[in-house]
Design a binder for this molecule. Structure first.
Ligand code: HEM
Length: 214
C-alpha cells in the first residue's frame, strides 16, 4: 500500500467506525425516544439481525473488490467490518435471550432445538466466535495458512444467516432473496477467482515500452 493510501486509511478509520456504530446509536436513540413502534422487541431483533447480515456481506465484498480493481484501501477496514458484524450478532442474540426469552435458559435451549431457523442462527453465532477471537494480527501469524482456512467459515455463516432469514419470513420474501442474490454474487466471485489486478512495476513498464519502440 502506498504511503498516501496508508494515511488515507488512517484518517478514514474513525469515519468507518462511526458509520458502523451509527445503527446501534440510532437504535438506542429510538429506544429512549419511543421510536420503535408497537412491538419494540421485534423491532430491535429485526434491526440487529439486518445489520449483522449487511456487515457480514460487506466484509465478504472486500476481497473481491480488491481482486477486481486492485484497490487495497478497503482491506484496511475488513477486520473492523467483521468485528462489527459480530457485535450486532451478539446484540441480536442478547435481544432474543433477554427481552424475548427472559433468560429462561431451558426454554431457550428447547427453542434452539425445536425451531430450525433459531438452530441455524445460533449455529452461525457460535461459528462467529472463533473468527472474532482469531481476528488479530497475532492469531493470524500464529495460525499461518490455517487462519485463511478458518476464516473461510464466514461464507458458511453468511449462508446460514440468509437461510435463517428465509426460514423465518412468512410472506414477503423480497429482502431475504435480495440478500441471497448478493451472497450468491460474492460466492461466485470467490469461486471463479478473477485474475488478480496487478500493477506492473514502473521499471518493467519502461523496459516493455523500449522493446516495443525498437
Ligand atoms: C450470524 C447470525 C445471525 C444472523 C445473520 C441473523 C439475521 C437475522 C435477520 C436478517 C433477521 C430478520 C430481520 C428482519 O426481519 O428485518 C433475523 C431475525 C431473527 N433472528 Fe436472527 N440472525 C442471526 C442469529 C440469530 C440468533 C443466534 C438467534 C437466536 C438464538 C436469532 C433469532 C432471531 C429471531 C427470533 C428473529 C425474529 C423472528 C421473527 O420476527 O419472527 N438470530 N435474524
Amino acid at each position: 500500500m502506498r504511503t498516501g493510501d496508508r494515511w488515507l486509511a488512517f484518517g478514514l478509520k474513525p469515519m468507518v467506525f462511526g458509520l458502523c456504530l451509527a445503527p446501534f446509536l440510532w437504535l438506542v436513540w429510538d429506544t429512549f425516544a419511543d421510536g420503535l413502534g408497537p412491538n419494540p422487541v421485534e423491532a430491535i431483533t429485526h434491526r440487529t439481525g439486518d445489520w449483522t447480515l449487511r456487515l457480514l456481506l460487506l466484509t465478504l465484498a472486500v476481497t473481491p473488490v480488491r481482486r477486481l480493481t486492485g484497490w487495497q484501501l478497503p482491506m484496511r477496514f475488513r477486520r473492523m467490518l467483521g468485528l462489527f458484524a459480530f457485535f450486532y450478532a451478539v446484540l441480536h442474540f442478547l435481544t432474543w435471550i433477554w427481552l424475548d426469552q427472559e433468560f429462561q435458559w431451558t426454554a431457550a435451549l428447547a427453542d434452539v432445538v425445536k425451531r430450525p431457523y433459531i438452530t441455524l442462527g445460533f449455529g452461525a453465532l457460535l461459528m462467529l466466535v472463533p473468527l472474532a477471537v482469531t481476528s488479530t494480527r497475532g492469531w493470524m501469524l500464529r495460525l499461518g495458512g490455517n487462519w485463511k482456512r478458518l476464516h473461510r467459515l464466514v461464507y458458511v455463516i453468511a449462508t446460514a444467516g440468509v437461510v435463517h432469514y428465509l426460514w423465518l419470513v412468512k410472506a414477503d420474501y423480497r429482502d431475504p432473496v435480495l440478500y441471497g442474490i448478493a451472497l450468491g454474487v460474492l460466492l461466485a466471485a470467490r469461486l471463479l477467482r478473477p485474475k488478480p489486478f496487478t500493477q506492473k512495476p514502473a521499471a518493467m513498464r519502461s523496459v516493455q515500452a523500449r522493446g516495443a519502440a525498437s
